[in-house]
Design a binder for this molecule. Structure first.
Ligand SMILES: C[S@@+](CC[C@H](N)C(=O)[O-])C[C@H]1O[C@@H](n2cnc3c(N)ncnc32)[C@H](O)[C@@H]1O
Length: 251
């Protein structure tokens, strides 16, 4: 184990939740209030940053699919440099920091540099989307498995090595992150592996933000609608034996 260099600040890798500041955990809010530097992603910005110490330096390291963003190595370097200057650093990541958030690269960089860190877990956009739609993610008897998958590999395309049997499991709820562009290709594969086109789906856009939009649909209809669409808002897609009846009707 590497020894912590003297004067090195603690780095808190903090989950921002989906966007609604009320979905920050108490611990996340406290870390933000105590921070001297906050390095935040594009999706972890907006009103959640109002909880940051007013004297903290706020640095956007904006990562967003399909848009210019800081390279991961540059983000790692910034985290290390600020921690070495002895400041309390918050690295703020959208949703739950441990889900499709490149957390590992940052942990490895911190561990190799001998810098103390902690992870503050939070509300993933998958739970927030289901809650906003007024439905559970699992269902007794019909949805006994829940899987979180990415719809994009490093090139932005549907990963080539997906587990089709798992994705086409009619008894699973699947949450597709970063999957808007590749959803038509995903659905073609799902259909080829036996999942019916009328399988319920929920398109949940900008969850926890003022422009939140929930669209209860089916995988086939959604694939048709997303064909050729260039997304400009984050969206999560849920599909499977969803309890969609009340979706979108909640206050
Ligand atoms: C890099 S991943 C980060 C996921 C995040 N760690 C989480 O737990 O929600 C970004 C993707 O998460 C989903 N996402 C994140 N925030 C969202 C939100 N507020 N509304 C809908 N989808 C969101 C979208 O699929 C987006 O492309």
């Amino acid at each position: 184990m590497t020894e912590t260099p003297p004067g090195t600040g603690l780095v808190s890798l903090v989950s921002a939740g989906p966007g609604d500041p009320e979905l920050l955990t108490l611990k996340a809010a406290r870390r933000l209030a105590e921070a001297e530097v906050v390095l935040f992603d594009d999706l972890a910005s907006g009103p959640v940053l109002d909880h940051a110490n007013p004297d903290a330096e706020l640095i956007a390291v904006g990562k967003r699919a399909g848009r210019p963003s800081a390279r991961q190595e540059a983000v790692n370097r910034l985290i290390l440099d600020h921690a070495r200057s002895g400041r309390r650093v918050v690295r703020l990541k959208s949703g739950d920091a441990g889900i499709f958030g490149r957390l590992e690269e940052e942990l490895v960089a911190l561990a190799q540099a001998g810098i103390p860190f902690e992870i503050v877990p939070g509300v993933t956009s998958a739970s927030a989307a289901a809650a906003a739609a007024g439905m559970p993610l699992t269902r007794r008897l019909t949805a006994r498995r829940l899987q979180f998958v990415t719809g994009a590999d490093v090139t932005g395309q549907l990963p080539q090595d997906v587990n089709w049997a798992a994705l086409a499991d009619p008894q699973a709820t699947t949450a597709v992150f970063m999957g808007q562009r590749s959803f038509p290709a995903l659905v073609a594969g799902l259909r080829a592996h036996g999942l019916p086109g009328d399988t319920p789906a929920l398109f949940a856009e900008a969850v926890g933000h003022p422009g939140q939009r929930l669209e209860p649909t089916t995988i086939e209809a959604l694939a048709r609608r997303l064909e050729g669409v260039v997304p400009d808002q984050p969206a999560l897609i849920l599909y499977g034996p969803l309890a969609l009846a009340e979706a979108g009707k909640q206050a």
